[in-house]
Ligand binder design. Structure first.
Ligand code: AR6
Length: 169
């Protein structure tokens, strides 16, 4: 059984085996949690991202997929980069958001990670409504078959924390 809990805070301060990054297809960094991870983790992360682009992901990491790099100076061993879907009311992209969580846990299992911290993928710049993202994200982790022992959803603000905590009560 995977223990799942909500944590209010900054994901770059979590001491875990793996930190999930809400990246974009380019893998070259950006704002939000992606920016914070690269800033705090240092240039080693970007160097590995560039190498991944040069080898496996020349066209970018597809939405819903996940790939790992070093965590650089973060208090973690790995960063698992995943690309969330951009929210649109015109199309149901929930399966892609679920896939981000499943694929990140699959990569975590390959690495042997036992503790994993997720941000609220797609709920910032990508515009996904919080309550709905919390339902999909928590539901997917609950249903996942994984050897990960603890999943922390690390939420930056009170609204996000309440949305995820509500799903976990
Ligand atoms: N710790 C935990 N959560 C955070 C932190 C942090 N340090 N910083 C922000 N959040 P976003 P997305 C929350 O926009 O919607 C980037 O530019 C934030 O409050 O980071 O998946 C990428 O390069 C929000 O609830 O990710 C992509 O281009 C959540 O993290 C794009 O944004 C996700 O917000 C991805 O957009």
């Amino acid at each position: 059984m995977t223990r799942i809990r909500p944590v209010r805070g900054d994901i770059t301060e979590q001491t875990v085996d793996a930190v999930v990054n809400a990246a974009n297809s380019s893998l070259l960094g950006g704002g939000g949690v992606d920016g914070a991870i690269h800033r705090r983790g240092g240039p080693e992360i970007l160097a590995e991202c560039r190498a991944l682009r040069a080898s496996r992901y020349g066209r970018g990491l597809p939405t819903g997929r996940a790939v790992a790099t070093t965590a650089g100076r973060l208090p973690a061993r790995w960063v698992i980069h995943t690309v969330g879907p951009v929210f649109t009311p015109d199309e149901d992209r929930s399966e892609l958001l679920a896939s981000c969580h499943r694929e990140s846990l699959r990569v975590a299992d390959e690495l042997g990670a036992r503790t994993v911290a997720f941000p609220a993928v797609s709920t910032g710049v990508y515009g996904w409504p919080l309550e709905d993202a919390a339902r999909i994200s928590v539901g997917t982790v609950r249903a996942a078959r994984t050897a990960v022992e603890e999943v922390r959803f690390v939420l930056f603000d009170e609204r996000a924390y309440q949305a995820f905590a509500g799903q976990l009560r």
